[in-house]
Write a protein that binds this ligand. Structure first.
Ligand code: ADP
Ligand code: MG
Length: 246
């Protein structure tokens, strides 16, 4: 599948760690506003693929163009790219010595030279949006895992990214907190954000994804809209994986 005007264009990408082929000849084109969910067994290359879209990883072959930036060309301004692509990890990675508000304002102030009043007003709007407007002045250690992850999402949004990447954002959470984080992500999806999400939450995948990508052994084995993916997967490896998890 090759949309007319992709905002993310991954072409023939391979990535080796010594002898391990983490990615082999991956092609992936994502349209603006599209929601793509990536699933697959542990070690199949999901995180590596996501990380290459933010150039957190080098690649061995191929090319990745994000919103017109050729990520692996020597002349690319990687800081500009990273402002456009927000990323949320399994471990929340908040700055522990800063209040929640400061976690949200520091990057816009430093990287975008946003005035403090403007940054703080935006941060408060974002905390409202992720459902914790009352936590602005507390430190991350005082928050539950679900609240910390919602702060991490708000912090990524504070840079006004065009694309959000999520790498198993709920995998480190207690079960009762998974829903509140998925709800924030679903709301973001409804607003039209371009999202690439690695997750094991199949309910979320079914409801939010435009397209599901199944990876195994560093390759995209199958991709389809959720209705087809979950009811009529074509590849035996996809069928086996779904049998194991559903
Ligand atoms: P997934 O996210 O699907 O579990 P990863 O992308 O993390 O898979 O890993 C894909 C493969 O690359 C695995 O075999 C993993 O061991 C290997 N790998 C990932 N990161 C590194 C690294 N920094 N050094 C060496 N091998 C790595
Ligand atoms: Mg991973």
């Amino acid at each position: 599948m090759s949309p007319a005007n992709p905002i993310i264009r991954v072409e023939n990408v391979s990535k080796h760690f010594d002898t391990v082929a983490a990615l082999s000849e991956v092609d992936l084109f994502i349209e603006p506003g599209e929601k793509v969910v990536i699933i697959g067994p542990s070690g199949s290359g999901k995180s590596t693929l996501l990380r290459t879209i933010n150039r957190l990883e080098s690649i061995t072959a191929g090319s990745i163009v994000v919103d017109g930036f050729d990520l692996y060309s020597p002349s690319v301004d990687i800081n500009k790219v990273r402002m456009e692509v927000g990323m949320v990890f399994q471990s929340f990675n908040l700055f522990p010595h800063m209040t929640v508000l400061r976690n949200l304002t520091i990057a816009p102030q430093k990287l975008k030279k946003m005035p403090v009043a403007e940054a703080e007003a935006m941060a408060r709007r974002l905390l409202e949006k992720v459902g914790i407007p009352d936590k602005a002045d507390v430190f991350p250690v005082k928050l539950s895992g679900g609240q910390q992850q919602r702060v991490a999402i708000a912090r990524a949004l504070a840079m006004s990214p065009k694309i959000m990447l999520f790498d198993e954002p709920t995998s480190a959470l207690d079960p009762e907190m998974i829903g509140e984080v998925l709800d924030v992500m679903a709301a973001l999806a409804r607003e039209g954000m371009t999202m690439v999400v690695v997750t094991h939450e199949m309910g979320f995948a079914r409801e939010v994804a435009d397209r599901i990508i199944f990876m195994d052994g560093g390759r995209i084995v199958e991709e389809a809209p959720p209705a087809k993916f979950f009811t009529a997967p074509e590849h035996p490896r996809t069928q086996k994986f779904l049998e194991q998890i559903l």
